[in-house]
Design a protein around this ligand. Sequence first.
Ligand code: SER
Length: 321
Amino acid sequence: MKRILIVGAGGQIGTELVPHLQKIYGIDNVIGADLRDDLVVKMAERGPAIKLDACNLVEFAAAVKKYDVDTIFNLVALLSAKGELNPRHAWDINIGALVNSLDIAKECKCSVFTPSSIGAFGPNTPHDSTPQDTIMRPDTMYGVCKVTGELLSDYYFTRFGVDARSVRFPGLISYAQLPGGGTTDYAVEVFYSILKDGHYTCPIPKDSYMDMMYMPDALNAVSMIMEADPSKLVHRNSFNIASMSFCPKELFAAIRRRVPSAIFDYKVDPVKAAIADSWPNKMDDTCARKEWGWKPKWDMDAMIDDMLKHVSAKLGIKLSI
Ligand code: SER
């Protein structure tokens, strides 16, 4: 990777992946692209940034050629809960950006990273120690798009030699940019709510386990998989990666040990509850560990300490733990 274009760069992952890759490859070699003007303006404060609709093939291809790009990171996606509000729209956006990324990569000889997700699994998937290769029958449009992405990415690799690789992200927890419209968002929202209001009402059932990951581990996974020795990769799209798994009850008990005044209650959202229930409790990431050396650094307790520190600083709240 020498010249990188990140589409959908203004979202939760891109906000931190852009500086992460700029640190490794140089600021001028990583171009952030987003559809939203305000996000492009924000990105432009620290490096190259362009306005781009990744669903527009002509516009997208022109940018790849203009900036002599050799690696595309396609982060464009409507998340799981939002996708259920307008499934056809979610399909158009998620698959539009995916197919354009792959076709442009084929034409311009680029590598491609399109994240997959725990959302690629479904109710019939084994929920504990979810294997790398198993039943994938998601029942959300987000999941249907993620499985399609995995299959198409592998197809473009075997049929056309496009160097497409990816990982199945757990719910990502970070403080730099909020997620939006996801089922795992509660694990981010809770920090803002308890610090601002002392109280959080959770839309996910208290015993619903899902894989989660702190953003620094997710960023390392992305740069590691894209730099992995291709001769060692048995799999490509996409690798299970895991670091922590918890349910709301466990997360809130651990937060309360640090912020004893925090109050938690539940108003379960049936759509989110059904989605959470259909996803793995904990994935088995042995293949990622063996094939490219994946190893997470952050567990739940370290993540909570770091989130409390950064979110309170962001909100200008003095927290004594
Ligand atoms: N965080 C995503 C969601 O909840 C899953 O990858 O939709």
